[in-house]
Design a protein around this ligand. Structure first.
Ligand code: AMP
Length: 394
């Protein structure tokens, strides 16, 4: 069975075509800077190695990128199938939908639920809805499956999820911690337990969006993400944890709700603190050149990671393995070193040489470290492919 997995970003799209249940990747594509005149398109046939090399091209809408990919997918030279009709399902990473969780067929009701929750996930749900609707237009008869980012966290006990707010708000609006990055942590949890039965794992997904997950016996036990995606660690542009009374205070100071929201969604996070960039590479470079606010952004980020690791360590009664994943977790030896150096007292001994070398996958703790530290390259697509296949099997 051929299953196409689509991983949608606010300005990017990634595709992988899987043969299931063999879990064989037949081809993949990456489309960046959608909405601009200098979009980047890259396609690779994983069977014969042929590529549609990095191509700078106008990518006005998701539909342009999707059509370009579908055309390569069935191309005589580059393609892996003869016709798009051979794709039996499309699996999407989806964030949140009112009234739905887990892995579900993307019906009109589920899409309506995603629209209702645009308020909680403005950046993500808007992009996902747009890409899914484009696909539905192009391939109306192909089943589309959504794997919700909140699914993995359904096992978090209520005492770890509930806010100290009027209980009726929880009953009426579901105001409690949702947790996100479920596709990433599902994969991390499976991979991290391949080399031993690690009971207490703390996973750090650090990237444009960042979160920490306490994984107890393979199940989510706590997450730094709360009800919305504007919680927990500082993100690229979005704020992390902040005092909720910041909002009424700023309103009282005369700021409009839209201005406040823009600060929380777009002008906060690493960009807000550093004033330099939302991209950690550029922040690291500026800090290296003596920019104090860039250094401050790094210090706040690391301190918040350490604080969450500490609290999850305490909640689980210890930590057997620490995992780094996501663009920053996989690549930034600086952030990994700063975090690990701050938690030596929790039994983390970093192998500095390994840490400098590892990009993507590998171990970065010493052989005698009581806590193993592993870097795992995020593979959300495989988790989504497994879930989509399971959903179609009923
Ligand atoms: P993601 O959202 O998982 O794709 O991660 C994007 C983030 O990873 C951006 O902030 C990048 O700056 C960061 N990143 C990617 N490569 C590196 C690197 N070599 N060093 C530091 N940060 C990196």
């Amino acid at each position: 069975m051929y299953i196409l997995i689509s991983n949608v970003g606010s300005t990017s799209l990634k595709f992988k075509l899987y043969r299931m249940p063999e879990e064989e990747v037949l081809c993949e594509a990456k489309i960046e800077k959608i909405g601009s005149q200098d979009g980047i398109y890259h396609y690779k046939n994983d069977i014969n190695g042929r590529t549609h090399g990095e191509d700078s091209t106008p990518l006005d809408t998701y539909a342009v990128g999707i059509n370009k990919f579908l055309s390569d997918l069935c191309d005589k030279e580059l393609g892996v199938i003869a016709s798009v009709a051979e794709v039996q399902a499309i699996g999407f990473k989806t964030v949140i939908s009112k009234g739905f969780n887990g892995t579900v067929l993307l019906t009109d009701e589920v899409m309506a639920g995603m629209k209702e929750y645009l308020f909680i996930a403005p950046v993500h749900n808007a992009a996902y809805i747009s890409a899914i609707e484009q696909f539905r237009g192009i391939l109306p008869d192909t089943p589309m499956v959504g794997v919700f980012e909140t699914s993995f966290h359904r096992t978090i006990p209520l005492r770890n999820r509930l806010y100290p707010l009027p209980y009726e708000w929880y009953e009426k609006y579901g105001l409690a911690k949702n947790g996100y990055h479920g596709a990433s942590f599902t994969y991390v949890s499976q991979e991290a337990r391949r080399d031993g039965d690690f009971r207490r794992i703390i996973g750090c997904h650090l990237g444009g969006s960042s979160s920490i997950c306490a994984i107890l016996d393979g199940k989510s036990f706590d997450s730094s993400f709360g009800f919305s995606l504007q919680t927990g660690l500082p993100h690229a542009n979005r704020c992390g944890d902040a005092d909720p009374y910041v909002v009424p205070f700023l309103e009282d100071q005369g700021m409009s709700f839209e201005e406040i929201r823009e600060g929380l969604d777009k002008k906060g996070g690493l960009l807000g603190i550093s004033g330099v960039s939302n991209d950690l590479r550029e922040i690291e470079e500026a800090a290296g050149a003596g920019n104090e606010r860039a250094q401050l952004a790094i210090d706040v980020f690391v301190n918040d990671i350490v604080r969450y690791i500490g609290s999850f360590f305490a909640e689980m009664g210890g930590m057997d393995k620490l995992v780094f994943t996501g663009g920053i977790g996989e690549n930034s030896s600086l952030i990994r070193r700063m975090v690990c150096d701050s938690i030596k007292h929790l039994g983390v001994e970093l192998d500095s040489e390994q840490n400098d070398k590892v990009r993507g996958n590998g171990f970065i703790s010493t052989s005698s470290s009581p806590v193993k530290v592993q870097v795992i390259a995020a593979n959300e697509e495989l988790g989504i492919a497994r879930e989509t296949y399971g959903c179609l099997q009923g």
